[in-house]
Ligand binder design. Structure first.
Ligand code: AMP
Ligand code: TRP
Length: 344
């Protein structure tokens, strides 16, 4: 297949309660990757409205995610940071992909089943078509690498299937227009490290989520030191001491989760954490975890608050990013229209 220039794309929904799972699963990687790649980071507000949103809250949440990007160290000059609804080509390419993807593919998506719940007939059409919009987000930039948490793996596979089917279905037109044997790359997920799936602090079998009714299930980036300490202190554990080896975490989801979070925050491995804490009880380990989390997250939360107070600055970042994103998206969308045989 043709070679594509390396480009990173990822998106985060502005749905409030930005939490430790988002931070470790996505943001930390966004910051890492900007050292070696050109990156496009998007606040996916069109995805947010697949579920009911209050307009005032949505505006606030778009700024919250943008502030989280910047406070975590995303460089908005080097990279492109913007909100999805300002670049119309996302929705335009999503329509094309609705006509490429098969109903059977979407029927397999587990996130739709989770979010739609029992009353599937009453879910929005947008929630069902969500993955084709996500494919469009990535492919409208012809991005090659996508840092996400474990929960997005299936959507990335669908994105690759859409890209592959488009390349196959229109191979003649793609070649005739000088794009070689493929117009879209098959983007690779970047899912690695000790915290690709951070679990709820109340239940080690459920992932940490924005929508969990209990605020004690998650650490929000907006939590202060006292809240962080209290939530970790109350976090569910088991009665045993920590094992000295990773194998000893099997069947102990809460212990496994806290060790993974420690490792990720300390930029080390679970093995290294257990070398230091193996044999110790949870109260000693939690005290160290609280110190580490407060030291690492405290400054991010404080910077987010400072940035969120300056809406004009945040909105300016998004507008500038949208202009730069549009330039790429417009050119790629024009090529897609030519490939499809549309007149423009
Ligand atoms: P969302 O808020 O659903 O748009 O998610 C934003 C990013 O955070 C995506 O890359 C998700 O995969 C990631 N993410 C969400 N929840 C978790 C979690 N509990 N553990 C790890 N990554 C997560
Ligand atoms: N579906 C992703 C989530 O819920 C958010 C998202 C939308 C995304 N478009 C994307 C992630 C493109 C990566 C690339 O977390």
């Amino acid at each position: 297949m043709a070679q594509f220039p390396q480009l990173v794309f990822s998106g985060v929904q502005p749905t409030g309660n930005f939490h430790l799972g988002n931070y470790l699963g996505a943001l930390v990687k966004f910051v890492d990757l900007q050292r070696s790649f050109d990156c496009v980071y998007c606040v996916v507000d069109l995805h947010a409205i697949t579920m009911p949103q209050d307009p005032v809250e949505l505006t606030k949440n778009i700024r919250e995610v943008t502030a989280a990007f910047i406070a975590s160290g995303v460089d908005v000059k080097k990279n492109i940071v913007f909100n999805q609804s300002q670049v119309a080509e996302h929705a335009e390419l999503a329509w094309v992909f609705n006509c490429v993807a098969r109903i059977g593919w979407l029927n397999r998506m587990t996130q739709f089943k989770e979010k739609a719940g029992k009353d599937r007939e009453n879910a929005s059409v947008g929630l069902y078509a969500y993955p084709t919009l996500m494919a469009a987000d990535i492919l409208v930039y012809r991005a090659t690498h996508v840092p996400v948490g474990e929960d997005q793996k299936q959507h990335l596979e669908l994105t690759r299937d859409v890209a592959q089917k488009f390349n196959n279905d229109f191979s003649g037109s793609i070649a005739a227009r000088g794009h070689g044997d493929a117009f879209f790359p098959l983007p690779e997920p970047v899912i690695q490290g000790p915290a690709t799936r951070v679990m709820s602090l109340r239940d080690g079998s459920k992932k940490m989520s924005k929508s969990d009714a209990s605020d004690y299930s998650r650490i929000n980036l907006s939590d202060d030191a006292d809240q962080i300490a209290q939530k970790f202190r109350k976090a569910k554990t088991d009665p045993d001491a920590l094992p000295s080896e990773v194998a000893g975490l099997a069947g102990r989801p809460e212990a496994d989760n806290l060790v993974g979070v420690f490792a990720a925050l300390n930029e080390t491995t679970k093995e290294a954490v257990l070398r230091d804490f193996g044999g110790q009880n949870f109260s000693a380990f939690k005290a160290a975890l609280i110190d580490l989390a407060v030291a690492r997250l405290g400054p991010v939360g404080a910077e987010m608050k400072r940035l969120q107070a300056d809406a004009a600055y945040i909105d300016g970042v998004l507008r500038d990013g949208a202009q730069r994103a549009s330039a790429i998206a417009r050119a790629n969308m024009a090529a897609v229209k030519d490939i499809l045989g549309f007149i423009r």
